[in-house]
Design a protein around this ligand. Structure first.
Ligand SMILES: NC(=O)c1ccc[n+]([C@@H]2O[C@H](COP(=O)([O-])OP(=O)(O)OC[C@H]3O[C@@H](n4cnc5c(N)ncnc54)[C@H](O)[C@@H]3O)[C@@H](O)[C@H]2O)c1
Length: 349
């Protein structure tokens, strides 16, 4: 039986990409008495909460984490908090102060409120962006944290506050650091657009992958079904209390490999990658050492990257919007400067 069975669980950011899959994971496999979501829908979507209305255990409050009254409401009677709400890396480039307020400031406010409410477990979902680029690989939990963006800095502050709550007040906090996560409901659009979904939408429109720099930069991609299994495992694991744990697949994938997997998955191997100017501050290398996670929870990755990409191409192809409608919402621009013109001749926004 899951250690979360019978628990009242609060998922912040639960209408977002990973948060909504975590809600499903909890309802499907952990037998909670209630899963409560607080989300202001800054980047989250109601349609991600497919079970709302049909599963009486799921409750949703559209509210901002910076609203103290909303936090009191959200935490009333809660046993376990899984904290995912945040603003993303590209948001931090044009609005660093708000990015800090939500990712660091609101995390501290939430920790304090959760302590007053005697929450018995608090999982803070951080990010591999706290590391900056890999100084050695694979990256274990002792790897130096030299973030390259305000986003990475604000996520690092959030994790420091979660660790401090454990050390100062004995709160049962856990810090999870997912690396790059991919899967259905991932963002292709606007500020939140991730390279994999954007490349898929382009391929479905018959457009070639756009890669910033030479494409040899690497990431560690984990399928969202694995990520949320890992987060739930950490929430259930007593030995994880007070710990900081990296969560990734342990496989290093170059952005060129990613482009190849997408065109193969879309049945368009004829689409030749277009290389653009490198992004300033772009992390060069990320790859996890998952030893600690495995020791703590026995966790192993299940989804192979290429299989997950093929399924994700099919998922995007089955969306109610056409690929062209999705393409119109993509911002393919470098982190600074104007939108790029692609070698294919179209002005990608
Ligand atoms: N996607 C990844 O590859 C990845 C990798 C590592 C870590 N993470 C972490 O996982 C978590 C979830 O990321 P995601 O990819 O699902 O992003 P997402 O943008 O889909 O989810 C974030 C959610 O937080 C909500 N939110 C933002 N500001 C809020 C506020 N002030 N009050 C209430 N809700 C607010 C958004 O509406 C959204 O639903 C984040 O903490 C992120 O740092 C994500």
């Amino acid at each position: 039986m899951s250690a979360l069975a019978g628990a009242r669980v609060l998922v912040t950011g639960g209408a977002g990409f990973i948060g909504s899959h975590l809600v499903d994971e909890l309802l499907d496999h952990h037998d909670p008495v209630e899963v409560r979501v607080i989300d202001n829908l800054a980047t989250g979507r109601m349609e991600n909460l497919e079970r709302l209305g049909s599963d009486g255990r799921l409750r949703f409050d559209q509210a901002d984490l910076r609203d103290a009254d909303a936090l009191e409401r959200a935490l009333d009677g809660v046993d376990v908090v899984l904290h995912l709400a945040c603003l993303g890396v590209r948001h931090s480039l044009h609005d660093p102060v708000e990015n800090h307020e939500v990712n660091a400031g609101a995390t501290l406010g939430l920790l304090e409120a959760a302590r007053r409410h005697d929450v018995r477990r608090f999982v803070h979902v951080s990010s591999s962006e706290v590391f900056g680029t890999a100084q050695y690989a694979p990256m274990d939990e002792r790897h130096p944290t030299w973030p390259e963006t305000v986003y990475g800095g604000s996520k690092l502050a959030g994790e420091a506050y979660a660790r401090a709550a454990h050390r100062t007040h004995g709160m049962a906090t856990v810090v999870a650091r997912p690396f790059n996560t991919f899967g259905p409901r991932s963002h292709f659009e606007g500020d939140s657009g991730e390279v994999l979904p954007r490349t898929i939408v382009r391929a479905l429109c018959g457009l070639p992958p756009l890669v910033y720099g030479d494409g040899t930069q690497t990431r560690d991609f984990m399928h969202v079904s694995d990520t949320v299994r890992g987060l739930a495992a950490l929430a259930s694991c007593d030995a994880a209390i007070g710990q900081t744990v990296n969560l990734g697949s342990g496989r290093e994938v170059t952005i060129n490999d990613l482009a190849e997997a997408v065109v193969a998955g879309a049945g368009r191997p004829d689409l030749q990658t277009v290389h653009l100017e490198a992004r300033p501050g772009d992390v060069r290398r990320l790859i996890v050492d998952g030893t600690f996670m495995k020791e703590l929870t026995g966790f192993e990755t299940e989804v192979v990257f290429e299989d997950g990409v093929r399924d994700l191409v099919a998922w995007f192809a089955s969306r109610p919007q056409t690929p062209q409608e999705m393409l119109a919402r993509i911002e393919d621009r470098n982190w600074v400067g104007s939108p790029v013109a692609t070698a294919a001749g179209e002005a990608a926004r």
